[in-house]
Design a protein around this ligand. Structure first.
Ligand code: ADP
Ligand code: GN1
Ligand code: MG
Length: 351
């Protein structure tokens, strides 16, 4: 058992008997905690390299979970991500080193899928994220802090890539010539969504901004979705980028870091299944948003690839890596998906 003494700051009904690292997230440190009565919790240390305003993150999560748990917007039997308070009544603890900690109730008999194992599960994750956007459609996005400024501002991500290439601090640009050229050839497309938003054609909403299959909890028995987790980036954003993030992750036939690119293809069947689930639940999309769902998918694969590539060039300071070249491998899968989507563009648009 790990000795995470910060756990004693939270209001628990019984002493802790177990605390171990948990999950596969790229950003925060997550532990599964169990107390002597068998209650389970998820303890997390927020990554301050990524989140500069941890109080803003925690305040957003409190506001959003409070809004979606209101009795008029979800049925009482449905669970919602729930924070455990500290002894002082706050929902986070800052330790002596200035690290931020929080604790969630763990939902038993739940499962998170790291990869899509059936069309039905993927469709169901579309229902979960569509529902999440719908539940927050009447929540004033201006109340929320932008926890990572310009998070899905793809042109800004390109600017960071250009800087990393120019600097080439780790002499890695030579290992990624093809990927750099692939990204730069699509720079014009990168401004599509931000231009629609700036011209007022596409609305800003409260969105999840990390809308991936592995951020949805499912019931182990029925495989129905329970609720959406990982709300650190829930803030003002575009519905089509939430849609797109899910597609780039779940409509791929291989893992995000698969090295054999022959195994990584874009599946139009998965695209259709997800779109069906998403639109069933998210009934508030405008025609402009619906028209640009394919753009959201291609944008997120491209942007994510650009981010992985930039981190590779910068010496892997943002995404946790498990092996040398991990971020370049991740970049390659994303660009493979972009290329595949371009080939199937007409089918995506008419789906
Ligand atoms: P990260 O930002 O590192 O991805 P997450 O908040 O997504 O962290 O949590 C990591 C993993 O912990 C999830 O993939 C899921 O398996 C598990 N998890 C998180 N919250 C809960 C919860 N409330 N109940 C059960 N499991 C959870
Ligand atoms: C990060 O922590 P995780 O794995 O849910 C990242 C996302 C990326 C994703 C790529 C705050 O999410 O934006 O799409 O990795 N989160 C942040 O897998 O940068
Ligand atoms: Mg996560």
């Amino acid at each position: 058992m790990y000795e995470v003494k910060q756990i004693s700051e939270f209001q628990l009904p019984a002493p802790v008997v177990c605390c171990d690292p948990y999950g596969n997230g790229h950003i925060n440190d997550t532990y599964l905690v169990e107390d002597a009565r068998g209650n389970r919790y998820i303890l997390q240390r927020i990554n301050q390299n990524v989140f500069k305003d941890c109080e803003g993150v925690m305040t957003n999560i409190q506001l959003v979970t409070r809004h979606i748990s209101r009795p008029d917007r979800h049925n009482a039997a449905q669970e919602v991500l729930t924070l455990v308070p500290c002894h002082d009544g706050m929902f986070w603890h800052v330790d002596g080193l200035g690290e931020y900690w929080r604790l969630y109730h763990f939902t038993r008999n739940s499962i998170c899928f790291e990869q899509v194992d059936s069309l039905e599960v993927f469709r169901e994750s579309g229902v979960a994220f569509g529902n999440f956007i719908n539940q927050l459609a009447d929540f004033d996005a201006a109340q929320l802090t932008e926890t990572i400024p310009d998070f899905h501002n793809t042109p800004r991500r390109y600017a960071a890539l250009r800087e990393a290439v120019a600097e080439d601090a780790f002499d890695r640009a030579k290992t990624a010539r093809r990927e750099i050229a692939f990204a730069l050839a699509r720079e014009e497309f990168a401004a599509t969504l931000i231009n629609l938003q700036k011209s007022g054609k596409m609305p800003i909403r409260v969105t999840h901004n990390d809308a991936k299959l592995n951020n949805v909890l499912f019931c182990k028995d029925t495989r129905a979705h329970l609720y959406v987790i990982d709300l650190d980036t829930t803030m003002p954003g575009l519905a089509v980028t939430d849609f797109g993030d899910s597609i780039r992750f779940g409509a791929a036939t291989g893992a995000e870091d698969e090295r054999d690119l022959d195994k990584v293809n874009f599946s139009i069947e998965h695209y259709r299944a997800y779109k069906d689930g998403f639109l069933t639940a998210c009934t508030s999309l405008t025609p402009c948003e619906t028209e640009h769902l394919p753009h959201g998918a291609k944008m997120m694969a491209l942007e994510c690839g650009v981010r992985f590539l930039t981190d590779h060039l910068n010496g892997d300071t943002y995404f946790k890596i498990g092996r040398e070249g991990h971020n370049l491998d991740r970049c390659r899968t994303q660009f493979k998906l972009v290329a595949d989507m371009e080939k199937q563009w007409d089918a995506m648009r008419s789906s």
